[in-house]
Design a protein around this ligand. Sequence first.
Ligand SMILES: Cc1cc2nc3c(=O)[nH]c(=O)nc-3n(C[C@H](O)[C@H](O)[C@H](O)COP(=O)(O)OP(=O)(O)OC[C@H]3O[C@@H](n4cnc5c(N)ncnc54)[C@H](O)[C@@H]3O)c2cc1C
Length: 639
Amino acid sequence: MKDDDRDLGLDARITRKDFLNATLLGAGGALLSSVAPSWAYTIDAGAHQSPAGTDAWTGYGGTGDYAKANGNTKPVMDAAHRVRDRAYATMPSATIDTGETYDVVVVGGGIAGLAAAYTIAKDTNRAKTCLVLENHPIFGGGAKQNEFDVRGSRLVGPQASNQFGVPREGGTAITSESWADFGLPRSFAYQDVDPSAGDLKIPLDNYAHMDGVNEQQVDVAYYFDQSSGASKPTWLKNIWRNELADAPITPEVRADLLRWRKTVPETTDDFRRRLDTMTYAEYLEGELKLSPAVTRFAAPIVGLINGAAPDGVSAFAAQQIGMPGVARPRSQTGPLPQSFPGGNSAFARHFVKWLVPDGISGAAGLEGVHNGRVDFAALDRKDQSTRIRVGATVFRVEHQQASGAEHVVVAYELNGKPYRVTARSVVMASGGGMSRAVLVDMPADMKAAYATFQHAPALVVNVALDNWRFLHKLGAPCVRWFDDEFGFSANIRRPMIAGARPAPMKPDDPAVLTFYMGLCVAGRSLTEQLTLARKRLTETSYADFERLIRRKMTTMFGGVGFDARRDIAGIVLNRWGHARVVQPPGFYYGRNGQPAAREVVARGYGRVAIGHSELGGHQSATGAMGQGQRAARQALKGI
Ligand SMILES: Cc1cc2nc3c(=O)[nH]c(=O)nc-3n(C[C@H](O)[C@H](O)[C@H](O)COP(=O)(O)OP(=O)(O)OC[C@H]3O[C@@H](n4cnc5c(N)ncnc54)[C@H](O)[C@@H]3O)c2cc1C
C-alpha cells in the first residue's frame, strides 16, 4: 500500500472493510486496476459482520434491511445490461412457467409501483390480485436508505429521494389518502442540538443548504481555493447573508448573482411554454443577460436535480425545481424542508406495511415502520392479494392470445433463471430506460416517443462519521465547494425522531455526512454529457471513489482537525445509472405542435399502462404516487 493511501486511512479498521476480506480478490478485477490487492488482507474485520454477496464494485452496503441494496448494485446492473444487450431478444425456451395468473402485474417496486399496488388494493377492497416485480434486493427504487452501526448508534441516511412535504389534511389525492392510511403524524420532532455545540443551525434534510435560499436558517461553509478565485484555500460562512460581500468574486459577477437570485419571473402559461423552448443556460445568459459565472454557480444543482448541465436542460425543467431566474424567489424564512430518517424510503416502507402487514415487523405508524425489520419471505407468500417479489428483473412483457382471450406474459430473471407469469393487465412503473427494452410489442409511435428519453446518472454517498468535531470547528454542518473533482456539497442533518427521544446531538457523536452529485459536465452535447457521466459512474471502482472521498475530505477539512483514518467509520456508495429522465427543451410541451413524448408514452397500449415519476418530468415522490395511481386505474379498467 502506498504511504498516501495509508495516510488517508484506506487500511483503517472501519465498518466498510467488511466486504473486502471476503470478496475483493478476484472480483471485478477489470475495475480495480489501481487497487493493490495486498492491502485488502491487512485488515482485521473481526469486529464487523460481512454481508454476503457484496463485491468490489458495489462495495460496502451498510447494515440492516438495505445492506445488500445500495443503489444499483453490480448484480442488478449486470442483469439490466443483459436486457439492454438483447440477451432476451426471444423468450428463452428454458423459461419456467410459474403457473401464476394475476389481475395486475406491476413492474418496478419504487414509489410509483407501490402506489399502483396500493391503488389496486384500495380501489377493489383487496379483491384483485397483484404481483409487484422489483429487480433490486429490496423495494423502494430511489427511495431507499443506508444504515450504519457506529459505536452502538444506529445511523440512517437516504440513498436518493429525501425531501418530502406534508400533504393537505382530508385531501383526496393519493398523497393525502395514503398519509391517513399509514397513520403518519402531521408534524415531526427532530433531534435537538446540545447547547455545548453553540448555536449551530443544522438542516433537517439534504437540500436546504444547496442553493443558499435557506441560508438564514442553516449554516453553510463555502470552500474557495485557487481554482475558485481565492488566493489561498479559504472557508467562508453563509456567503449569501451579507450578499456575497466577502466572496472572492468580481463586483460584476457579484451583481449578476444577486440579480439572478432576486429576479421575479412571469407566471403566465405563455411564459412557461416559452421556457420549454430553450435551455436554462440560454435563458440565463441570453434573456437575462447574466454572466456565465451564474450558470456555473447553478450547474451542480441543476446537474443533480435535472440530470444535466444548464446547457442541456429546458429552462422550464429548471423552473420545476425552483431555480432562480425562472422560478419565483423562495421564502427564506418559511419552515425548513423535511426528511424522514432514511429519506423517502419511509414512503416505500409504509406502502409495504399497508399492503403486506407482516412484511415489516412491528406496529404500523412512523416509529414501528422505521424500526421494524423487513420479512422478505412474507412479501411473496401465496394467498395474499398483493405479493412483492424482489430480485426479479423483468426482461419481456408481451400480449398473447390463449383460448380466444388476451393476456400479457411477463417474463423475469431471478437468481439467474428465467420465469414467466400471466397478467390480465400490467403497470410498467420501471422507468423508460428499462421499460422500452422489455415492452416488445409497443406500437411504433410509442416506441419512437420512448426512444427520445435520455437518462442521467447520479451518485449519493453516505459517509458514516465517528464524530463531526471538524464540522463543529468549521461552524457549519453543511459545506459547498466549486471544483469538478468530486461532488459539490455535503451535509449532516438533525435526524427526525422516530422512537424514543435521543440525547441532543454533540460533535463527539457519530453522524452521517451525505454527498449528492450529478456527474455531467457542461460544454458538450447532451448525449456526450450523459455518456461520459455514466462512464465515470460505472468505470470507477469502489476503492477509487473511496480514495477520492478521503482525499477530498482531507484537503478540505484537514485544517479544521479532520483525520480520515480516525473520523471515517464507513462509506456507502449509491450509484444510480438512470437517476433522472433529462428534460431538454420540448420535453414538457412538445415541439412543432406535436405532443410531448411523455404524453404519448403515458397513454399506454393494449393491456399495458405506464406510470413512472419521469412521465411528469421533474421526478418526485408525490409525482411518482400520482403516476402510479393513474396507471393502476387504467390497468383496472381493462379487466
Ligand atoms: C439522487 C436523487 C434524489 C432525489 N431526491 C428526491 C427528493 O428529495 N424528493 C422527492 O420527492 N424525489 C426525489 N427524487 C426523485 C425520485 O425519483 C422519486 O421521489 C421517486 O422515488 C421515484 O419513484 P418511481 O417509482 O417513479 O421510480 P424509481 O424509484 O426509479 O422506481 C422504479 C423501480 O423499478 C425498478 N425496475 C426498473 N426496471 C425493472 C425491471 N426490468 N424489472 C423489475 N424492476 C425494474 C427499478 O430498479 C426501481 O426500483 C430523487 C431522485 C434521485 C435519483
